[in-house]
Write a protein of this length. Structure first.
Length: 87
C-alpha cells in the first residue's frame, strides 16, 4: 500500500487519506476498509471510505478515506442515512 496523501483536518477532527494498492479485482468498499484499518491500526468504526477508483485496464486502485478521532466525531460529521417510509 502506498500513501499518496495524508492530511490532518483539525476542524473536523479527522485524517483525510488517499492510498493506492494493487489488486486483481475491484476490492470494493468493505475490503478497502479492512486494508486501511490494518495499515493505519485504527478502529473500524472510525473509518469512512469515500471512493474506490482505478483507470480501466490497470490493477492499481486509489482509495479516498477519512479516519476520525472517535465514533462520536464521525457521527457528528457524516451524513445520516435516510429511513425509507413504508406506506
Amino acid at each position: 500500500m502506498k500513501i499518496l496523501s495524508d492530511l490532518r483536518n483539525e476542524l473536523l477532527k479527522r485524517r483525510e487519506i488517499v492510498v493506492s494498492f494493487v489488486s486483481e479485482s475491484n476490492p470494493g468498499f468493505a475490503n478497502s476498509l479492512k486494508k486501511i484499518v490494518g495499515e493505519f491500526n485504527v478502529p473500524e468504526e472510525n473509518v469512512v471510505v469515500r471512493s474506490v477508483r482505478n483507470n480501466f485496464g490497470t490493477r492499481e486502485f486509489v482509495v479516498e478515506a477519512f479516519i476520525y478521532d472517535s465514533p462520536q466525531d464521525k457521527e457528528r460529521i457524516e451524513p445520516k442515512k435516510k429511513k425509507k417510509e413504508s406506506s
